[in-house]
Design a protein around this ligand. Structure first.
Ligand SMILES: Nc1ncnc2c1ncn2[C@@H]1O[C@H](COP(=O)(O)OP(=O)(O)OP(=O)(O)O)[C@@H](O)[C@H]1O
Length: 256
């Protein structure tokens, strides 16, 4: 995938393979292109265009996502954006019910099944008690849970998330990552941009590391989260320990 804003290449020949039924972590320093990639994949990137070097190809289950009508695409994929805000005076339940729109006929209102799906999504996202609140009055972490609930209510087969643990306390972070793992176990393809490399180490099956709009590494946690790969990209010193129970890497960082 190639994407440019003005004359600058933001994504330069980025190819990402996200295995079905797995959690893929999208890593990279600030400005490396993670949000742009997710937004181009979701078909919502406004700034910039596919550069003349090539058109973005976003194939999912054999279908070209970019070619799908918007409504049909929304039945396949959901995007949880970073710090998404709304000025609309919406209740949390109504905000989550927006996720049901792609699944019902255009003129129909919310059905009992839609309401049940929205409540189940709120429950799964740890936001059950927020259902009657107004979205604009929520804290950052509460709002993040509601965005997750809206995406869950959409029941996508491809779930894209930009920093889904932003604003969340540690228990809520672990809960959110557990939700992603459960979705993957149900066959959903999950791609999450993450800054916390230890969260990626403990949760992801597959990692893609971006730097300056290019993929510099892709593979398993054991292949990507190693000093030789991370140190030149982040400019810090990395030590890799082993988690005593899971055997997964635990990373420690020092200024380079
Ligand atoms: N509308 C825009 N106009 C100009 N440059 C932009 C625009 N949107 C993004 N960029 C630039 O594109 C590059 C990639 O941005 P992007 O938001 O995709 O990075 P990111 O990896 O998600 O960063 P972060 O970790 O800081 O959220 C950055 O250098 C950014 O400044």
């Amino acid at each position: 995938m190639f994407w440019e804003i003005g004359s600058r290449a933001i994504l330069d020949d980025v190819g990402v393979l996200a295995p079905a039924g797995a959690v893929t972590g999208l890593l990279g320093p600030n400005g490396s292109g993670k949000s742009t990639l997710l937004r181009v994949l979701a078909g919502v990137q406004q700034a910039g265009r596919a550069s003349s070097s090539g058109t973005p190809t976003t194939t999912f289950d054999g279908a070209d996502l970019a070619a799908l009508p918007r409504r049909e695409r929304a039945r396949v994929l959901a995007l949880v954006e970073q710090d998404a805000t709304t000025d609309l005076p919406l209740s949390v339940l109504d905000a989550v019910l927006l996720g049901r729109i792609p699944h019902r006929s255009l003129l129909a209102g919310d059905s009992d099944a839609d309401r049940a799906a929205a409540h189940a999504a709120l429950d799964a996202a740890g936001a059950k008690e927020l259902a009657d609140r107004e979205v604009g009055t929520l804290s950052g972490g509460e709002r993040q849970r509601v965005h997750m609930a809206r995406a869950l209510a959409q029941q996508p087969r491809l779930l894209l998330l930009d920093e889904p643990t932003n604003h969340l306390d540690i228990a809520a972070q672990l809960h959110a990552m557990r939700v992603l793992r459960d979705l993957a176990a149900d066959g959903v393809t999950v791609v999450a941009a993450l800054h916390d490399l230890n969260l990626a180490a403990s949760t992801c099956d597959h990692l893609v590391l971006l730097d300056h709009g290019r993929v510099v590494a892709a593979g398993t946690v054991g292949e990507v989260l190693v000093p030789d790969v991370l140190e030149p990209v982040y400019g810090v010193r990395v030590d890799v320990l082993r988690h005593p129970r899971t055997g997964r890497p635990v990373l420690s960082f020092e200024r380079g």
